[in-house]
Ligand binder design. Structure first.
Ligand SMILES: Nc1ncnc2c1ncn2[C@@H]1O[C@H](COP(=O)(O)OP(=O)(O)OP(=O)(O)O)[C@@H](O)[C@H]1O
Length: 922
């Protein structure tokens, strides 16, 4: 029998980093055991048994005084061979669940942040010949920070510094990436049963594919046999097989399999299949979101896996545009599954998995000059990246404000985020490699990438070893029994070899008897360990003398020096068993706590999914309405202004054609109806304004920034930047209250209608699902009968998060207006829309508990928009001019009227077509 412990030390892994700047991936590096040949049986017999290395007794020292990690073989009474690794008893024990041994072993914490490394590629030829300057500076001394100089508003300089777990400068070689990013540690963790995701994120042409795969054209060659520019995937595959092979044949076998898929135009395809059939993404409680029809290939050796990668690479969709001749037009995911059968009977498998995700890059149409089919691809890419950004923002927001700050994480908004759900805020270990160009003409995009990367850094995952909890518990018990038996047998042999039974005054247990059993405090103390049928050569000992073998020996052999070490060993073994027994108890209670927690999480998650379903349904309708209209910023501006106008003057809006039948899904009125509460309005505005930003960038013009906040009362306040606000204040700012029309009452009515419509459509949807049980659904069907569920929804309040939410710092207390710029004369009443001064207060709901929040992905509290990585340039007219004209007209008319100028003025103001105009230029 040979030893089987894999040997590897990662201690030199990141040695190229200066000590103070080394990426902080955890505590000390993993030190694995060394191969060792067990001593002959006789030698083993006479040696002290190796003890635990963990939190139990310290490992023994070898003859040279070094700690040994030798493999020891013990033959159990049953004749089975028990293997002990790391030189001790602990090797018999199963992993103490993901929360204990494996986590410790891999320097993984129970809550582990996503690791973020930024890679700055070198300037390319186009940038150099184009005279671009360096906008990104990497520090030579500190490899965790970088600085970017992006142009700020109105050409002002906007230098920002970011810190990450690591920064790879332009000079970083491909061969350094694996170690510099701590990927070998992640791969070890995957072999131990963790799920790991490594994903590359960044602008088009920033080096994502180069970093992940190397040169794709080389890799896709049938004759490919390794390349110096190989990326993370290839090198990781090599490392994995090396690690597996190093374990030796006697180690628990690892089965490697792989799949390769891509998400193209929001459809999922199997890159290992010839047919281009779309695959569905499904959800179940066990596996979360997954693709059941994806082909998974067995990869017995490294060549098999390389073939899978090469084949998938050939099938991946690429296209050429101005910024990248070989631009990935899809998000691709290579998944390597490594299942390890662990345990005496290989009864407890661990399901490790590594996903390598190469995201398509965000693109600015004006830079890439894409048209036709490629434009469609660009839209789809940007859309799913936008959703990814929303998920990252929401998760980061949740981390910042405690677990309940954001009840809804929009994973279900795209296939990409569904498949990455486990990696973002889930139970996987994740590494984001954010790729950026250093050139000044990409500074805006780089800043945006860095901002998202900085947010992603705050996301915390809860890594868990993927094995069945019940199986693990059973295996634990089985192994513990095996351990105790083996230990018992070992000690028995030790005693036998010392022939202590022949010593006067000793009474030994037979192999069947357990002389090391803990003394039972409830049992009569007089009993001796005298197995039936064993004739003691000695006279019977007196009661009370032989409570344990140790005391028996000590009592019967006073002054016998030769037996003392033996007594000490027995003593130690007793202590050890007592500690194991305590450890066992601790584990039992930990297991039950974990099971309870798991149940709680499952229930919570199911509730969250129900809520998500409800919200998604509403959101889809809003997005559908927006889809065709969002073609030009001007159009959007009009939608927005008409929307506000309709909010303020629903009757006039209807007459003037702003409002349309609610049956028409593509009009402003529909949007208004949809925005039935502050939360939705916020989300809608966030999406809308971000789209404005994207479109606005295409047209140059004088820049003006916009801040927006929404207070807890549901009031949306849009505030132009200070200088513009001052200009507005200096202008006409009479106190002008429009006809007292409560936005609340109008919206409350619409809200009611909307609820009815919603109830109907949900009923229809429920009917559909019940009529068509085979329909492709991503979420599990509700256990309730659809009709009953729909009826219940009508009576129940809208599902909200179970947890309370910590108000954001920017939020004012309930019922008050957020502190913000208001021109003189603006109404103080939050329910009264005030026009004519650049301030619009909008109170769409008076529902308790539905606090609003800043628009996700776009506006962060009252910070300038540029902070969120999106620069929106807006010129707000705010109705001031119209108001002035209206006021003038009103005064003129009032000359001949009985009602007086003030009343007429109000009437006039009430018909000003736009309470808030957005003119988008930049
Ligand atoms: N670190 C680097 N060193 C040398 N060349 C690089 C580096 N990073 C990227 N490149 C080169 O830059 C070009 C664009 O890189 P790549 O295709 O990886 O970008 P990408 O981010 O994947 O783009 P897309 O999102 O459009 O697919 C390629 O020719 C690649 O070889």
């Amino acid at each position: 029998m040979t030893s089987i412990i894999s040997t590897r030390s990662c201690s030199g892994e990141i040695s190229r980093w200066p000590a103070q700047a080394r990426p902080n991936f955890g505590a000390t590096q993993l030190e694995m055991s060394r191969l060792g040949t067990p001593p002959p049986r006789t030698a083993t017999r006479t040696q002290r048994p190796p003890l635990d290395h963990g939190d139990l007794p310290t490992p023994p020292r070898s003859a040279q005084g070094k700690r040994t990690n030798e493999l020891k073989i013990h033959n159990s009474p049953s004749g089975k061979t028990l293997r002990s690794q790391s030189g001790g008893i602990s090797a018999f024990l199963p992993p103490r669940t993901a929360q204990s041994s494996t986590l410790e072993q891999h320097n993984v914490r129970e809550q582990d942040n996503i690791k973020v490394v930024v890679r700055v590629r070198p300037m390319n030829e186009r940038e150099t010949t184009g005279g671009e300057t360096l906008a990104v500076q990497c520090s030579e001394s500190d490899t965790t920070t970088l600085q970017i100089n992006a142009p700020g508003p109105r050409g002002a300089s906007n230098a920002r510094q970011f810190a990450f777990h690591g920064v790879l400068p332009p000079g970083c070689r491909q061969s350094d990436v694996l170690q510099a990013c701590g990927i070998t540690q992640l791969l070890d963790a995957a072999l131990a049963g963790f799920h790991v995701t490594i994903f590359a994120y960044g602008q088009t042409g920033s080096g994502k594919t180069f970093t992940m795969s190397g040169r794709e054209d080389v890799l896709a060659l049938e004759s490919y046999a390794g390349d110096s520019d190989d990326g993370i995937v290839t090198r990781a595959v090599m490392y994995l097989y090396e690690s597996i092979n190093k374990r030796g044949k006697a180690a628990a076998p690892v089965t490697v399999k792989a799949s390769y898929c891509e998400i193209y135009n929001e459809a999922l395809y199997d890159l290992l299949k010839f047919s281009k059939q779309q695959l569905s993404v499904r959800w179940d409680a066990q596996r979360g979101f997954h693709c059941p029809d994806l082909s998974i290939k067995d990869c017995a050796g490294v060549n098999d896996l390389m073939q899978v990668i090469s084949r998938g690479m050939r099938n991946r969709r690429i296209g050429s545009h101005e910024l990248n001749l070989e631009s990935s037009r899809s998000h691709s995911i290579v998944t390597v599954y490594c299942n390890t059968a662990v345990g005496e009977d290989n009864e407890c498998a661990r399901f490790g998995k590594i996903s390598f995700v190469d995201l398509a890059g965000s693109e600015r149409v004006k830079d890439t000059h894409t048209t036709g089919e490629m434009l469609k691809e660009t839209t789809s890419i940007n859309r799913s990246l936008f959703t990814l950004g929303k998920v990252i923002s929401a998760l980061a927001e949740r981390e910042a404000g405690g677990p309940s700050a954001v009840p809804h994480i929009p994973y279900r908004d795209s296939k990409l985020t569904k498949l990455l759900m486990d990696s973002l805020g889930g139970s996987a270990l994740a590494l984001m490699v954010a790729c950026v160009s250093p050139a000044s003409n990409s500074a805006d995009e780089t800043l945006s990438t860095l901002s998202y990367a900085a947010r992603a850094k705050n996301i915390r995952n809860q890594p868990v070893v993927q094995l069945d909890a019940k199986d693990a518990a059973i295996a634990a018990l089985k192994r513990e029994v095996a351990l105790l038996r083996a230990e018992n047998q070992y000690l028995h042999e030790q005693l036998e070899s010392a022939d202590v039974t022949q010593l006067p005054g000793t009474t030994m247990a037979t192999p069947e008897g357990n002389m090391l059993a803990m003394p039972d405090s409830t049992a009569p103390q007089e009993s001796t360990v005298q197995p039936e049928g064993t004739a003691s050569p000695l006279p019977a000992v007196t009661p009370g003398q032989l409570m344990t073998p140790r005391t028996r020996l000590a009592a019967s052999l006073p002054g016998n020096k030769g037996i003392e070490p033996l007594i000490a060993r027995i003593n130690e073994a007793e202590n050890l068993l007592m500690r194991y027994s305590k450890e066992n108890e601790r584990l039992a209670s930990l297991n039950s706590r974990l099971q309870f927690r798991r149940q709680f999480v499952d229930t919570d998650y199911t509730g969250a999914l129900e809520e998500v379903d409800w919200l998604r349904h509403k959101l889809e309708r809003i997005e559908g309405a927006l889809k065709d209209q969002v073609t030009k910023p001007g159009q959007l501006a009009r939608i927005l202004s008409r929307k506000f106008d309709a909010d303020l003057h629903p009757k006039e809006a209807g007459k003037e054609g702003h409002g349309h039948s609610r049956m028409d899904g593509h009009n402003d009125s529909h949007l208004l109806h949809e925005a039935s509460n502050a939360e939705e309005l916020t989300e809608e505005l966030g999406a809308l304004l971000t789209k404005i930003a994207a479109h606005a960038r295409a047209e140059p013009g004088p820049p003006i920034s916009l801040n927006a906040t929404i207070d807890r009362a549901g009031s949306l306040t849009i505030t132009p930047e200070k200088s513009f606000a001052e200009a507005l204040s200096a202008g006409p700012s009479r106190s002008t209250t429009p006809p007292r029309m409560s936005a609340n009452s109008a919206l409350a009515r619409e809200d009611k209608e909307d609820k009815q419509a919603d109830g109907e459509s949900r009923q229809q949807a429920a009917d559909k699902f019940s009529d068509n049980p085979g329909a492709d659904r991503d979420a599990p069907a509700s256990p309730k009968a659809p009709a009953a569920a729909a009826a219940e929804e009508e009576t129940l309040p809208r599902p909200v998060s179970r947890r309370g939410r910590t108000p954001l710092a920017s939020e004012a207390p309930m019922g008050t207006t957020a502190p913000t710029f208001k021109p003189s004369g603006a109404s103080e009443d939050p329910e009264t829309p005030t026009i004519g001064g650049g301030h619009v207060a909008f109170s769409p709901t008076d529902k308790p508990g539905l606090a609003s929040r800043p628009a996700k992905g776009f506006i962060g509290g009252s910070k300038p928009v540029v902070d969120a990585g999106v620069v929106v340039h807006v010129t707000a007219k705010a109705g001031a001019k119209e108001h002035e004209e209206a006021a003038g007209d009103a005064k003129a008319e009032a000359g001949g009227q009985e009602k007086g100028p003030e009343k007429l003025l109000k009437k006039k103001v009430g018909t000003v077509p736009s309470a808030m105009n957005f003119k988008i230029d930049i």
